[in-house]
Ligand binder design. Structure first.
Ligand code: CP
Ligand code: NVA
Length: 311
């Protein structure tokens, strides 16, 4: 009997490690093919389950459209409608779904639940955002940056302005993997998790990326090639809203901050945006905004992720 290759999960962007450049190249090819209306059938006969504990516009739509475009099928399962919401365990859900589908995409509140699903599922599990990481977002974001920098990350500096959260964690690891310099400005109480920083530093030693940390958004933005921000209050943190809005008050990406960056710098936001908080209308709707390309690229990069793990 032929032995089956071990399943591959994508819980952290670090799980792609040296495969990340190949995934990005494939995402760019998939984008060009879609523009020429050329399809692939790499997921023919395959079904993916999408378990979402939180709302989603981009991630859910990316996976549903990606599965269809590649000849496969996606089943959306709100955690409210699953027996999971009535106390069936994650392990039992994983065991059962593994007999129906070829991969499980999971947006979870807790990273520990993501790990538990991956441990008990016998099919690949893809993290569609949890409280620790958002790896699928960063694959799309690196595609967006790569397009604007003609495929070269080395010598470019990205400024992060905002919360040292899930998106930032994956960005730190992703930048360190591809050799992109990153200066991260967060309030002292909202720095990234030290274990992620340590892992990113190990990757940066190999790639040559420089990672810097500051509490001053202006210092990060000065001479940056791009500025990236995210919401101040992430899904599940609503109880901290007032404290967070106070802490992040000086961390808005507005025209004055963007003015400090390089003349050709662009602005990234994973969306949804809270306009008037972490980013102004003027910047998000302005000529420097890359946010709409970034959103579109979620589709192409999601396809590349599915081909990498299921192909
Ligand atoms: N950026 C992102 O993941 O958006 P959604 O929450 O709409 O999926
Ligand atoms: N940090 C945000 C990202 C949303 C895509 C959140 O977790 O809500």
């Amino acid at each position: 009997m032929p032995t089956r290759a071990p399943k591959r999960d994508l819980l952290s962007i670090a799980d792609l490690e040296t495969d990340l450049p190949r995934v990005l190249r494939n995402a760019a090819r998939l984008k060009a093919e879609r523009r020429r209306r050329r399809g692939r059938s790499s997921l023919r006969g395959k079904t993916i389950a999408l378990i979402f504990e939180k709302p989603s516009t981009r991630t859910r739509t990316s996976f549903e459209v990606a599965a269809t475009d590649l000849g496969g099928h996606a089943v959306y399962l709100s955690s409210r409608d699953l027996q999971l919401g009535r106390g069936e365990t994650i392990g039992d859900t994983a065991r059962v779904l593994s007999r129906f589908v070829d991969a499980i995409v999971y947006r979870a509140f807790r990273h520990a639940d993501e790990v538990e699903l991956a441990r008990t599922a016998t099919v690949p599990v893809i993290n569609a955002l949890d409280d620790r990481e958002h790896p699928c977002e960063i694959v799309g974001d690196l595609l967006t940056m790569s397009e604007r920098w003609k495929g070269k990350f080395r010598g470019r500096t990205l400024a992060w302005v905002g919360d040292g959260n899930n998106v930032h964690h994956s960005l730190l690891l992703g930048a360190a993997l591809v050799g992109l310099d990153l200066t991260s400005a967060t309030p002292a109480a909202y720095r990234p998790d030290p274990s992620i920083v340590a892992q990113a530093k190990r990757f940066a030693e190999r790639s040559g990326a420089t990672l810097r940390f500051t509490e001053d958004p202006r210092e990060a933005a000065r001479n940056a090639d791009a500025i990236y921000t995210d919401v101040w209050v992430s899904m599940g943190e609503e109880a901290e809203k007032e404290a967070r809005e106070r802490a992040f008050a000086g961390f808005q990406v507005n025209a004055a901050l963007v003015e400090l960056a390089r003349p050709d710098a662009f602005v990234l936001h994973d969306l949804p945006a809270h306009r008037g908080q972490e980013i102004t209308d003027e910047v998000l709707d302005g000529p420097r905004s890359a946010a709409w390309d970034q959103a579109e690229n979620r589709l192409h990069s999601t396809k590349a992720i599915l081909e990498e793990l299921l192909g």
